[in-house]
Design a protein around this ligand. Sequence first.
Ligand SMILES: O=C(O)CCC(=O)C(=O)O
Length: 260
Amino acid sequence: MIISASDHQIFADRGLIRVEGLIPDAVVAPARDLAYGRLEKVGLWRDGAWAGGRDEAQTLKLAKAALKDIGKSSIFKNLLTPDVLDIARQLVNGEAIRAEAYPQFLFTHPNASEWVVPYAAWHLDLPRLGPLGAPGAQMFSFVDTVLPGGGGTLFVAGSHRLLNDVGAIRSQELKKRLREHSYFRDLMDKSIVDRNRFMSEVHYVDDVPLRVVELTGAPGDVFFTDLRMLHAIAPNASGNPRMMITQRFPREAVADHIYG
Ligand SMILES: O=C(O)CCC(=O)C(=O)O
């Protein structure tokens, strides 16, 4: 599948694109069955519904044990299809990429009565590389449907375009510098209560439009994101567990530099 010029432009401008139904359901369904099967074994999934109790600590403990290393299973490794790899390569201008060995399973049990844009946990996974350029791309996909409010990962669209002229920089330092702008100060400030406006309002920093975007979609839909984007885990105010995967694709030319 060839990414259109307009998708390339959206990726450059906003830092993410969505490709619907990229991973066939024949590939996603076994992963979904495996995840629900494991939850069922520990009593967290029953008769097609979430069955976690009120004991938050116990739920977390059971889910963690049940889902341990699930991303390393061959069923999950199959989610990295040739189409996914091919698009990731196109998004780094056809350069070679190094795929991480297996996808990371992203799970959030229903854990909130109200959905709100978080103030904490905003971060980058990998350092910005300064003169070595953009580190690469990352994929996020849905093992089961994730609706708005259902725990999909949050991104500050546009944030990859900021602070590219300050040399190599890691997550903590990047956040410190971003907080010099009132937009990011407010985003990461617990005392700002009117938080969902970050999803609806566009703010400009250095002429770059910024808005918080929530990843939602159906099984097999794939988001590709720029590894420089600020992102955060979200609360799950739905009645269903949030089940996604992610996998990073640093450019081969800089992978050793990133991973050391
Ligand atoms: O669980 C999530 O949605 C957050 C994922 C994340 O922060 C990451 O992949 O680095």
